[in-house]
Design a protein around this ligand. Structure first.
Ligand code: ADP
Length: 268
């Protein structure tokens, strides 16, 4: 049996995408989808000439349509593949969420069906030319990751960004994620630490809600010699914006999270 023809199709389809980045996390709930959406918005806002897209391959929990505020949109299929949904002139998104009858439907698919969907997502979306494609993945290392890295194996993947909280249980899983990347020969662009502190809106005092006991994400990055891309604080305004699908950069431009993500983007 020869190589899966999907590998060549994905290579061909993503040829006009300059940077192909996987966004990973060890655990769920650490803010991977929020960080993906923030990064996409920040990249799109940083240069209107640049085209950015988000591909949501979190098949069982697609949240990009909600966070990017395009929940009721539908994708269309044309001769050249699926047309993504445009969030802004230079920001588009494709998600399994657009293909579901209801946002509450649970997807119960076995591995081969998920694999087929990921192949289609990677090879049949008509993105046009892109500067950045950010791929939001499920937490951990699942079937979806294995499918994605197989199909991307000839497509010149730029690398992975790993999102974590400072909490020890999250960092433990990040170490596994790093090991997965190393074994799969995926370049690690760096780690983003989310929910690093909470600044009280009343007294401005900072609290480390997920206080690490062994030095947190920065120390782990130093130990493992991988880049530390920065820390984002907790900000309830960011959670509200995500729930309502609003543009963080327009709604809460002064949020410390927005400032911090801009610094992450500058370092990419
Ligand atoms: P994951 O994709 O890792 O499962 P999400 O991005 O869905 O995590 O985030 C989990 C929850 O935490 C969401 O309700 C989101 O709005 C919220 N959240 C994520 N990052 C922040 C932050 N920096 N400040 C406030 N809320 C956040």
């Amino acid at each position: 049996k020869g190589p899966d023809p999907g590998i060549a199709q994905v290579k061909e389809s993503l040829q006009a995408v300059k940077n192909k980045i996987l966004v990973l996390s060890g655990k769920g709930g650490v803010g991977k989808s929020t960080v993906t959406a923030l990064l996409s918005r920040a990249l799109a806002a940083s240069d209107s000439e640049k085209n950015i897209a988000v591909l949501d391959i979190d098949i069982c929990g697609p949240s990009q349509p909600r966070v990017l505020g395009v929940l009721d949109e539908q994708v269309h299929q044309s001769g050249s593949g699926w047309s993504p949904v445009y969030v802004d002139d230079n920001l588009s998104v494709m998600s399994i969420g657009f293909l579901l009858d209801s946002p509450d439907s649970a997807i119960i698919w076995r591995g081969p069906k998920k694999n087929g969907m990921i192949r289609q997502f990677l090879s049949q979306v008509d993105w046009g030319s892109l500067d950045y494609l950010l791929m939001d993945t499920p937490p951990g290392t699942s079937d979806e990751h294995l499918s994605a890295i197989t199909y991307l194996s000839q497509a010149d993947l730029t690398g992975a960004i790993i999102v974590t909280t400072p909490q020890e249980v999250a960092l433990l899983d990040v170490r596994k994620e790093i090991d997965f990347c190393r074994k799969s020969k995926i370049n690690i662009l760096g780690v983003v630490e989310n929910m690093a502190e909470f600044i009280c809106p009343c007294c401005q005092k900072s609290s480390q809600i997920f206080k690490p006991t062994t030095g947190g994400a920065k120390k782990m990055c130093e130990d493992l010699t991988i880049p530390f891309l920065g820390s984002l604080p907790l900000d309830p305004k960011i959670a509200k914006c995500s729930d309502e699908g609003k543009n963080f950069f327009e709604e809460v431009p002064d949020s410390p999270v927005v400032k911090a993500i801009e610094r992450v983007v500058e370092g990419l």
